[in-house]
Design a protein around this ligand. Structure first.
Ligand SMILES: Cc1ncc(COP(=O)(O)O)c(C=O)c1O
Length: 412
């Protein structure tokens, strides 16, 4: 059996130019990768090389540059398809990100919904997997039901199952929560949806960066993710969909690229995935997405997962040493995202104090307002880790938190 090489964090860090910079005169400690990850040199170089030597519009020209650009764009699609475990590249639609991917499904697939139909979501969904369904419900009269959590902060599967019935048309769930850090059993949830004759959409924005995407194992019908959270550029992401579902759906937007024939009387559509990619696509960004997939695979997805598990365990252990620090959500099995409150310091104040010490964390509702309401908090602080996060950075976080506590005169 091949033994896995462990990830050498210092070697990985050397691949990310930005990690060498300082912030407010101190070395950057970037603990906000769940919002957006940093980019390795390989991705930056791939985009520069594409723009410097191959760029033209895709799928249109007979000239050499257009052929090269089309090859680069479609090659990126094939890489993303392989990464996600898709049956074929046609099942990957390039979108602007997770948000647009979910909007695409809610708009195009959602056109078949009517009053009386139901969509089942969970209270831990990111606004991206809530608002598009609320808009759809507003258009069609469909109803949304929300599954709640267990006292530990995991999805209450019994409650979810009790909401799914003959009126359910779609179950939408996040694979990994961007606040609670929990990983949901998507295969089990997809099976529950299918038993009721419904489809299942998985928001994979926080799972894909950790190499957890296998759409076949997930058993779902749609899977959405963003490149910028997995070492790729902003402005590009992917929707994986089962071919028969994508084929059956009407287009999302109209324009060039997505048509077969256009007559004044009406038009016909290109085959998937192009039916859903109206207009000139984000070609350089797609190339960067492909390079990000190459990079993550080269470092090794198992090694990345093992490193993140180790760092997260270490962080949870060190945070537990601090009086007044409360972890929001479960204290184990969190893939790289740790939310917390600290005494009576508002998370925004905390983030500002930490920033002065070079430590970048996130504070706020994390686009999870309904979850915050459910938990009875208005905001949390969130530190998130990735393949380049070191134990020394966690130690710096802890020191900075102690400084914040002293600035606030300790806790009562
Ligand atoms: C769970 C989850 N879903 C969806 C999104 C939206 O992703 P994007 O802004 O890349 O479309 C995010 C981003 O933070 C997220 O964490």
């Amino acid at each position: 059996m091949k033994t896995l090489a462990a990830l050498d964090v210092e070697t990985v860090r050397a691949d990310f130019p930005i990690l060498g910079r300082t912030v407010h005169g101190r070395p950057l400690v970037y603990l906000d990768s769940a919002a957006s990850s940093q980019k390795p040199r390989a991705v930056i170089d791939a985009i520069t090389d594409y723009l410097s030597t191959h760029h033209a519009n895709v799928h249109r020209g007979a000239h050499e540059l257009s052929v090269e650009a089309t090859d680069a764009y479609e090659d990126a699609r094939a890489k993303v398809a392989r990464f996600a475990g898709a049956g074929s590249p046609e099942e990957i639609v390039f979108t602007r990100g997770t948000t647009e991917a979910i909007n695409l499904v809610a708009y195009a697939w959602g056109q078949s919904l009517a009053a009386g139909d139901e969509i089942v979501l969970t209270v831990m969904e990111h606004h991206s997997n809530l608002v598009p369904w609320q808009l759809l419900a507003g258009r069609t009269g469909a109803r949304i039901k929300y599954a709640t959590l267990t006292p530990e902060g995991r999805l209450d599967l019994d409650h979810l199952a009790s909401l799914i019935g003959s009126a359910t048309k779609l179950v939408g769930v996040t694979h990994v929560s961007n606040t609670l850090g929990v990983m949901n059993p998507v295969a089990e949830i997809a099976a529950l949806a299918h038993e009721a004759g419904a489809l299942c959409l998985v928001d994979g924005a926080q799972a894909a960066p950790h190499g957890a995407v296998d759409v076949q194992a997930a058993g779902c019908d749609f899977y959405a993710f963003s490149a910028h959270k997995m070492c790729g550029p902003t402005g590009i992401g992917a929707l994986w969909g089962r071919l028969e579902e994508l084929d059956a759906m009407p287009p999302f937007q109209g324009g060039g690229e997505m048509i077969s024939e256009v007559r004044l009387e009406g038009s016909t559509w290109a085959p998937v995935p192009h039916k859903f990619e109206a207009g000139t696509p984000a070609i350089a960004e797609a190339v960067g997405f492909g390079a990000a997939v190459d990079y993550l695979e080269e470092v090794g997805l198992d090694a990345i997962r093992a490193h993140e598990a180790d760092i997260t365990r270490y962080a949870l252990g060190r945070l537990a040493e601090l009086d007044g620090l409360r972890i929001v959500g479960p204290t184990e099995d969190r893939p790289g995202v740790v939310s917390f409150t600290y005494g009576d310091i508002h998370p925004h104040d905390l983030a500002t104090i930490l920033d002065r010490r070079g430590v970048a964390i996130r504070a706020g509702h994390h686009c999870n307002q309904p979850l915050m309401d459910y938990l009875g908090v208005d905001a949390t602080a969130r530190a998130s880790f990735y393949l380049y996060t070191s134990r020394a950075e966690i130690d710096t976080l802890i020191q900075a938190l102690l400084v914040a506590r002293d600035l606030f005169g300790g806790f009562a």
